[in-house]
Ligand binder design. Structure first.
Ligand SMILES: Cc1cc2nc3c(=O)[nH]c(=O)nc-3n(C[C@H](O)[C@H](O)[C@H](O)COP(=O)(O)OP(=O)(O)OC[C@H]3O[C@@H](n4cnc5c(N)ncnc54)[C@H](O)[C@@H]3O)c2cc1C
Length: 375
């Protein structure tokens, strides 16, 4: 009799849930553990909602376009292309037809036409379709690029629906029990997972801990260059007397966006600011009429993007560090510890593809060195 393969996933954000989804489809028995008291309460809670393969490129202001960076961007673009149809079909299966049917596309506004055209040229060299437009009602009379292949949707609503579906399909969730800790096990090449005094053993342990990944990997002697980069999200009621664009509008200057959801609009983004003020000031310049009339914000939230040093996610086996000695197996060889981390500003866009790739690696169907662990 063959035993059922078991996996513990740490992190119930978009990435952990999508990994669980793809593993359970392969017959793996999955437990998902999260320090918080429910699913999608980390960075996945209140993002800008853009499913934007067009942005599979570094958002870092200090980006250096080295060959390694270009390779990372190209790998991320491929993953985003693979992820899109998977995500759309999961929306359909989860009964999120309204999300699936949202108008296509995202805009990105630029300070002037030259900047928009320069970005279009660069994107077209990378195979990304972007049309230059100036549309007073949709781009606030600014020169913009329209990305017809992008989509949008409420990531939090999707994550909650997915978590419910996973529960119904037999995934066990453990929430609110504090931070999971990890250490090497006496079984070579394996890790032990402990949570509030309780110890788990599973065939595979998958780290999907977003911006906190360096923290959980450090006690194993593994460094992960995942930098938390703060972003803000401020939600408002939809003004009754004002039409806002139904597709998201990004602002290239502030790395932020305006997204209209069913009953509210959200201003979100910016890159490592200490408060929501720069976000609100920028949009007060862009849409003074709307912000002037919007009542008090419904909510103000901030979250940390898990930005990887390599400029692309790390998906695959974690290596065993050289100093682990005989308890950890042969140094340098992969353990049964896996990571699916470092999705930066792209986690909603990539989640369905990243979950699928991780699951295919874990079950030995696929390898893809382009996403190798980058400590
Ligand atoms: C303002 C903003 C706007 C964004 N907009 C977009 C967008 O439009 N499109 C897009 O594609 N992406 C966007 N992103 C990025 C996207 O939201 C993230 O890439 C994605 O949410 C990361 O998902 P995750 O599952 O890796 O992390 P998280 O959602 O943070 O999940 C990780 C989970 O791990 C848990 N955890 C961590 N450590 C431990 C531990 N030791 N023990 C137990 N549990 C632990 C946490 O509690 C958390 O629930 C945006 C991000 C921000 C901040």
């Amino acid at each position: 009799m063959t035993e059922t393969r078991t996996a513990v996933i740490i992190g119930a954000g978009l990435i952990g849930l999508s990994t669980a989804d793809s593993l359970i489809r392969r017959g793996v028995e999955v437990t998902v553990v999260d320090a918080r008291d429910g699913p999608v309460r980390g960075t996945s809670f209140s993002n800008s909602g853009m499913i934007h393969p067009s942005q599979a490129r570094s958002w870092s202001p200090t980006r250096k376009a080295t060959q390694a960076q270009r390779d990372a961007e190209s790998a991320t673009r491929d993953l985003a292309k693979d992820a899109m149809p998977r995500l759309l079909s999961r929306m359909e299966e989860l009964g999120l037809q309204d999300m699936r049917a949202r108008p296509r596309g995202c805009y990105q506004i630029f300070p002037d036409l030259d900047a928009a055209r320069a970005a279009q040229t660069q994107l077209s060299a990378d195979g990304i379709t972007a049309n230059v437009v100036i549309d007073p009602s949709r781009t606030f009379s600014k020169p913009a690029l329209f990305f017809p292949e992008d989509r949008s949707g409420d990531a939090h609503a999707y994550g909650c629906a997915l978590a419910d579906d996973l529960t119904a399909r037999g995934v066990t969730f453990i929430y609110g029990a504090g931070d999971v800790r990890m250490r090497w096990d006496s079984v070579p090449g394996r890790v032990a997972v402990s949570l509030a005094g309780h110890r788990f053993r599973a065939d595979d342990v998958v780290i999907c801990t977003g911006a906190r990944s360096s923290e959980i990997l450090a006690p194993l002697g593994l460094s992960a260059r995942i930098t938390p980069v703060r972003g803000w999200a401020v939600d408002f009621d939809l003004p009754a007397d004002f039409r806002l664009p139904p597709t998201p509008v990004m602002d290239a200057v502030s790395r932020s966006a305006l997204t209209v959801f069913e009953d509210r609009f959200r201003l979100s983004g910016t890159w490592n600011e200490d408060s929501a003020r720069p976000l609100l000031e920028r949009w007060a310049e862009l849409i003074p009429d709307v912000l002037g009339r919007a009542k008090q914000a419904r909510s103000v939230w901030s979250g940390l993007r898990p930005v990887s040093g390599a400029g692309r996610p790390y998906i695959g086996a974690a290596p065993i560090p050289a100093d682990r000695g005989d308890t950890a197996g042969e140094p340098g060889t992969p353990s049964r510890l896996w990571v699916n981390i470092g999705h930066g500003h792209m986690g909603w866009t990539l989640c369905a593809g990243a979950g699928e790739l991780a699951a295919a690696m874990i079950t030995g169907e696929r390898e893809d060195a382009r996403f190798a662990y980058g400590g």
